[in-house]
Design a protein around this ligand. Structure first.
Ligand code: HEC
Length: 327
């Protein structure tokens, strides 16, 4: 037992070694194995208990052997036990790295000058410092060759790459986070659950002005193909989110509804209300919406009064900040 490290080093070292090996070999995805599989905690507890048991057994064996020794041998055992554990390698390396002369040998390196009683030791530079200095020289050479001679990446390309990565990450995030919908990235929702959620939003907030069937009242008719503020999912979402023209009565619902709810109600209007026949429809207002991205409509399918309604509405729209009609 003489040359061994003490138990308070042995147990933690062995314990964390086993812990590390377990984490390495047990495939537990991103999480630690002890979190993923609670049984692993039990296993580690067992390991710890076994380690402690081994230590106890060893020390009682040592104890028994000690009892069998002669008095003189006991004495020797104590003395050797006192200096049993010293980390000689660490100590020696530390001394070497400092490189200073022991005090007894300082006479060898003292310089002749005497400045009012202050004298100077001609110590060598400490090796830890010298090695670090060499390391910086090597680093500098490698750096100059890599970045000045071979023009490896620079800060600008590093920055651009990080921005590009971040943009991809944002897009990924937006795909999964429904609450982040805005007028730019909104798409028509088609899930039945979204549409019925949209219907619920519509019935709770919108029928007072647009009627349950969308025929219109204070607000315009939503069943026809004419839109004051522009049709298509993006414009409809924008009208709901930002509200109508000043003084018309359509508030900016973004203060009341979540983006997700506005997306649902927009989709509900476009799929379930547009195109239906209302009981008492209001006369159409605004332009017939033509989707620029849609395949071109057959000749003559645009209603003849489109031009007229455009004129009706144009002057008013100019002062309108929320106007999204695409002319
Ligand atoms: C207080 C009455 C009122 C309520 C409540 C109301 N609206 Fe409106 N809505 C209007 C008016 C008025 C307009 C016309 C705005 C304009 O002319 O600028 C309008 C316009 C719209 C438009 C654009 C129509 C077009 O032709 O461009 C949409 C879409 C719309 N509302 C949806 C909704 C939804 C969805 C709700 C419920 C969340 C709702 N509205 C609640 C009064 C209302």
């Amino acid at each position: 037992m003489k040359n061994m490290s003490p138990w308070w080093i042995r147990i933690p070292v062995v314990f964390f070694l086993i812990f590390g090996l377990m984490e390495y070999f047990v495939d537990s995805g991103d999480k630690l194995a002890i979190i993923e599989y609670p049984i692993a905690q039990l296993f580690l507890l067992m390991v710890l208990l076994i380690l402690i048991a081994i230590e106890l057994v060893l020390s009682s064996i040592e104890n028994i052997m000690f009892q069998t020794l002669s008095e003189e041998a006991k004495e020797r055992y104590f003395i050797s036990n006192l200096k049993q554990w010293e980390w000689t390698w660490g100590k020696k390396t530390y001394q070497r790295m400092l490189g200073s002369k022991p005090i007894e040998k300082e006479a060898e390196i003292i310089l002749d000058h005497n400045y009012d009683g202050i004298r100077e030791l001609d110590n060598e530079l400490p090796p830890w410092w010298v090695y670090m200095f060499y390391a910086t020289i090597i680093f500098g050479v490698v750096y100059v060759i890599r970045f000045e001679v071979y023009n490896d990446y620079d800060q600008i390309s590093e920055y651009e790459q990080e921005v590009a990565e971040a943009k991809i990450a944002i897009e990924e995030y937006k795909k999964t986070a429904k609450g982040l919908i805005d007028a730019e990235n909104i798409e028509l929702l088609t899930d039945a659950s979204d549409l019925s959620a949209g219907k619920a939003v519509y019935e709770a907030n919108c029928i007072a002005c647009h009627m349950a069937d969308g025929g219109g009242g204070i607000g315009p008719n939503l069943t026809d193909q004419n839109w004051i503020l522009g049709g298509g999912i993006k414009n409809v979402f924008n009208s709901i989110s930002e509200g109508g023209r000043d003084g018309k009565g359509m508030v900016a619902w973004k203060q009341i509804l979540k983006p997700e709810e506005m997306a649902q109600v927009s989709s509900y209007i476009l799929t379930e209300i547009v195109g239906k026949t209302a009981a008492s429809p209001k006369t159409a207002e605004g332009d017939i919406w033509v989707d620029e991205n849609a395949p071109p409509a057959p000749e003559g399918s645009v209603s003849p009064d489109e031009e007229k309604s455009r004129e009706d509405i144009a002057p008013e729209q100019e002062t309108d900040s929320t106007n999204t009609v695409v002319d």
